[in-house]
Structure formats: C-alpha cells, structure tokens
Write a protein that binds this ligand. Sequence first.
Ligand code: C2E
Ligand code: MG
Ligand code: MG
Length: 727
Amino acid sequence: MANRTGVPPAAAHDDPASSQVARYLAADAPPVPLHYLTYLFEHVADVIFFLEVLDGDRYRFSAVNERFTQATGLPVAAVVGKEVDQIIPPDSLALVKSKYREAIATRQVVRWQEVSDYPTGTRTGDVTVSPVIGEDGACRLLMGVVHDITEHVRIRQQLELGALVFENSHEAIAVLDPGGRIETVNPAFTAMRGFSLDEVAGKAPRVYDAGLDEPDFNDAMWTRLRTTGQWQGELWSRHKDGHVIAEYRSITAARGADGQVRNYIEIGTDISDSKRAEELAWRQGNYDTLTGLPNRQMFLERVTQAIEGAGHAGFTLLVIDLDRFKDVNETLGHSSGDEILKEAAQRLLDCTRDGDVVARLGGDEFTVLLQPGRAHAGGEPFSVDRTAQDIIHAMALPFAVGDETLHLSASIGITHYPKDAADMESLVKHADQAMYMAKQQGRNRYAYFSHVMQDRAQARRQLIKDLRTSINERRFEVHYQPIVDLATGALKKAEALVRWPHPQRGMIGPAEFIPLCEETGMIVELGEQIFETAVRDVAAWRRDHGACLQVGINVSPVQLLSDRDSCERCFQMARKAALPEHALAIEVTESMLLDNNPFVIQQLRQIAEHGMDLSLDDFGTGYSSLSYLKKFSFQFLKIDRSFVTHLEPGTTDYALCETIVTMAHKLGMRVIAEGIETPEQLELLQQAGCDYGQGYLFSKAVPAETIDRWLAGQAMPWMNRAPQKLT
Ligand code: C2E
Ligand code: MG
Ligand code: MG
C-alpha cells in the first residue's frame, strides 16, 4: 500500500504481474506494470476488498483500499487481518456470508445490493464478490467491489415519485421546453382542458387560451417568467369543447445544474366553481335580486366613483319614489307589488341612456345617476328635465298586474354634484329631501333640491323635536271657540282648538303642527291629551254652571285609524267623567268616510254608542256627497269657511249654502257655519236657515277661563257687536 499519492514511475512496465492483465490489452501494447494496478486500487472510486477464505464459513480481510476506510471510517490497520464477523455488523452478516458461500460454490461472480449504515450515513452499495480460483482449483480468495449507488437510488426514487405525482395530480400539469412549447402533459391536464398530449405536443399553451385577457397579458407573463423564473395568477382558458375556464396558473422555470432553463412547469387549477360562487356572492352583495338593478351598496360605490371622476360639469342624481306604492302592496299583495317594481325598473332603464346608472335603493325607491354630455336617443341634447319628465310620464302609464290595471305615479328629487353637495351622503340626502318636496307639492312631479328646501327640512326636524318635548311635558293648551245659536245668539257650543305655546316662537296654531303630528304619529298622544282637557273642562262647566254647553273635539283620521287602544282610552275618560249625552261632539272630516273602511265605521258607531254626537267638519272642501251621510248618524254638518267667506246675495256660494242647509235638515242634521266674520255673512246664513254659527264675528278661540266667566254671567262680546242681527 505504498505510494498512495502521485503517479507511479513509468519505467516499471516490466513487472511480471502486469502479464495478468495482458488479455485486456492490444497485442502490441506494452505490459501494464503492477504498481499501476496498485495505483488503481488506491484511487478507484469504489470500495475494494480481498477476503481470505478460511475453514468453517470464516473469512478474513487480507486487503482493503483507501475508499473502504473512507466509507466505513475504519483505518486499514483496524480491518486487515480481522475476520468479517468482527467488522461487518451482525444483522448483515448472515446475508453477506451466504453470498460468499454462493460465489465459492458456483465459482461465479455474485452480485447484490446492500443498504448499510456507515458513520457517514446510510448508503446503498452495488456489491460484487468474485471468487479467485487457485491453481489447485480451490477458492481461497474472494475479491469484493462495492460501487456506491446511493445517489442513483435517490434519483431513481425521486423520478418515480415525480412520475407518480405527475400521473396522479389533480392539477393540470404541462411541461414546456425552454422555447415554451409543450413537451408532455399529465392526465389531469387532459381532464381539465380536453386536449390529449398528441393534440398539444410541440404547441404553445396559447392553444387553450380563451383570448379574454388583456392583449399584452401573454407577453407580460413571459417577460416576467424569463426574468424571475416564476409567474402565477388568474386567467381565462378555454376547454377543447369551447367553454371558458377560470384558472389559477403557476409557471416555474426548472433549471439544470448549469443554471440554464431546461423546462417550464405549468400547473393549472380550475377555479371556475369558486369563481362562480364568488361572483354569485358579489352579485348578491351588489345587485337587487328582484329587479336585477344595482342595489344601494353598489349604487353608493358608483356615486363615489362619479365624485372621484367628476369633470367640470359634475353629474346629477335623481331619487325616484313611487307614489302610493305602499297601498298597492298592501291591498294587492306582495307578488303584485314585486311585478310593479320590476316593471318600474324596466321603465327607468328605458328612460335613461347607456352609461347612466339605475339602481334600486330598497322598497319603492329608485335612483338614477346621470352623467352629462351624451345626447338622448333620437339625438336631442341631454337635459335633466327631459329625463325627469320622461320618467314621470313613463311611471304614469298604467301597470298591468294580473287582471288588474293600476295607475301609479312617481315623485322625483334631483340634486347636482357639486352644486348642491360636496359629498356622497349629503348628495343622497338632498335628493331625498327634494323628492319629499315633490311629494308634498302633490306627487307625480319632480323637484330640484335647493338650500331653501334644506333650511325648511332643518326647521321641520327642529319642530318635530320641539313637538315631542312639548307633548312629553304636556305643554299644549286647549282654547275654545264659541258656536252660537243664530236665532238667539246664545252660546250653545264651543269647539276645542289646540294651541301650542312655543318657548321661542310664541303661540303656534294647529295648522302648522297638526299635519306633522299626523305624519309622525304623535297625534295619537296629543289627541288624548286634548280629549282629556276638553272632557275635564266641559264636565266642570256643566257642574259649576248647570249649562248644557256642548264641546266639539276634532279627531284626526290618523288617530281614529291607527290606534284602537287610544280610542278606547278616550271612551274611558268620557265614561269616568260621567258626562251626560250630547256633552261632546266629535268632529271628523269627509275624507275619513270615503273608502268605507269597516274599522272607521265601527269607531264612529262606538262614538255614537258612548252618547257623543258626530259633526262633519269642513263640509264642501272634499267630495261633498250627502249620499253617504245617510249611512252614518251625523248630528251636525259644518259648512266650511271657504263658502262663508265669499257669501253674497245671489251668488253660487249662497245657493250652495241654502241647498246644503235644506238637504241637511232633510237628513235630520243641524248646520253650523264656520268662519263668519261679517254681519252680512251672518244675515245671509240666517236667511239660508243655518242653525249655528262660528267665527271671528262672535269670537276667536279663547282660554277656558273666558268661557267660564261668560257662563258665570259676564257679557259675551258678540251680543253688543251684532245684536240687531241676532234677535
Ligand atoms: P277646524 O276644525 O275647521 O277649525 C276651525 C278653524 O277655523 C280654527 O283654526 C279656527 O280658529 C278657524 N276659524 C274659526 N273662525 C274663523 C274665522 O272667522 N276666520 C278665520 N280666518 N278663521 C276662523 P285653527 O284653530 O287654526 O285650527 C285649524 C285646524 O286645525 C282645525 O280646523 C282642525 O282641523 C285642526 N285642529 C285644531 N285643533 C285640533 C285638535 O285639537 N285636534 C285635531 N286633530 N285637529 C285640530
Ligand atoms: Mg273642527
Ligand atoms: Mg272646520
């Protein structure tokens, strides 16, 4: 084992042992010197060992090479001269010895693979054991070579694993050559894309491109791949049968040891299902399922975008509310309501241009976002008025629902960005206020937002707040306006009229706040407070003065319709006060009788059953049909002030008054004329046969104490003012 390093001297070619390898050499080649073989033994990459065959299945190391010591970690001296039992681990020994025996018995080279644990790690060796046969024919020496195939095994296993993954993966895998052409594809590729290997081999993945991505998408992808070796993202691909696939794709460059790209590995996942689910969720979140229009959320997003991108001319927002839709919905049912909403949505789309946004905010409220510029269909220059008129007109056309034909209308509020508001919330709020204005002005029309309107809305909100507080603190007062017997001038009745002593604004009349109370429902509570006061006052007058004065109380339709309990509470108050019959008269307006509402009819009956009279207030301002009066037992009819104001001899108003009085008397009712201001009016009404009168000629509404004093005997002012007319 000398001379471990360095090349042996070339002169040693006459070494006799070199003749042993002569048969591997050309006939005329010089013999190979023995120390060349020693050199080979020393430097060969394989483990080489010689075993002396001893009796009784024993073997002794007679020589091992340098590689042996490297692999086992044992120095040559620790191995040579030792038997295999001392060197080879016990669990391998039986196999190894059986192979030795086989080589000796068969005189053949025996080969096997062996996995061994070495200090350097577990290694797989390809072991060859050759028997060396002596001249006597006996085998006394075994020559072993162990070729380390650990790396080969590892690579083979990896390849097998790779193939297994490739074959069984659920992802569509395509292996591309460095030029981007397909080399091979896996079964999942064919399953997802419909193409077999034969159909795509040698082609670029564009074969299954859907052509839906941006034009430079592919170039950008390859640029990125070539610079970074990696690309991933979502794209659209196309199945062989033509359908489009939403795909998540990743492409990775696979490089060789030299750093050059060997292949590109393309892995595609079909995400169509999750995309569909995502899209559905997105649609549900952004679109109204009934009409298919963008919903509030989407609409607000579009308004934000419009604000961001608004040019010089800004843009316009319309809020559209169907008039009386609630009634239709409640009377005909929700499915009819739905039909109307769908039809209304379509009409709105027909009235707008491409690019305008039509959305449904909820209920019967729609919006339209109008961008300036583009002309209307037909070439007419764009105008907001024209669009609003078109919508008003379209919504006023009849709606066919089932067998019914319905007539609705729309009210529209209009705001302009940036003229009316600088942010989205105010813009929408202002459009709403304008829409509300359009409703108040009589519906079936459109109104532009104005800051005056906003101030009014602000004042309204403040008034509502103040009303609430005043109701809670019971600050309302009830005044009484005398109603006199036109034949005698005697004080027979008084109408209870509510007054609001406002902390800042002084006394406010009911015309200003009753409608608001009705709208907000506060009238129920306020009505009860008024009723309570009136009952208390009339009871006191009757008790203290023995007077048979009747007090008229105005009752709002809202009060009568909306709250059964409230009416019951009022009846209870009357019962508790133990008032005699006819002490109270309830004043209602004609509008309440119109739709024959069974609940109203029942309430009116109840009023009569509780011994109260009924007065038909403001007669002449509504439908003025005497025919339905027969159905209800009204004791009094009040001719509205508007007739009395213009009363002159020989006028239609006079004729009307006369007719009303005559007919009312025939129907068993007595007539009260409202708003008598002049002696002339009084005289004409007396002539017409009117029974009672109320008006500033006699007195305005006065506090309860004034009535109290009059009943106690103090002179009533009208007795001096117009005595000649009254008696
Ligand atoms: P109404 O029931 O028709 O009451 C008569 C209204 O005419 C009263 O106005 C009264 O002050 C006014 N008036 C009476 N005589 C004359 C006159 O000679 N000339 C003029 N220019 N006006 C006269 P007021 O008090 O402002 O009430 C307005 C309306 O508010 C009432 O009309 C009634 O509908 C409602 N209202 C008043 N008090 C109540 C109430 O306690 N409850 C309910 N629900 N409504 C009430
Ligand atoms: Mg009244
Ligand atoms: Mg009236």
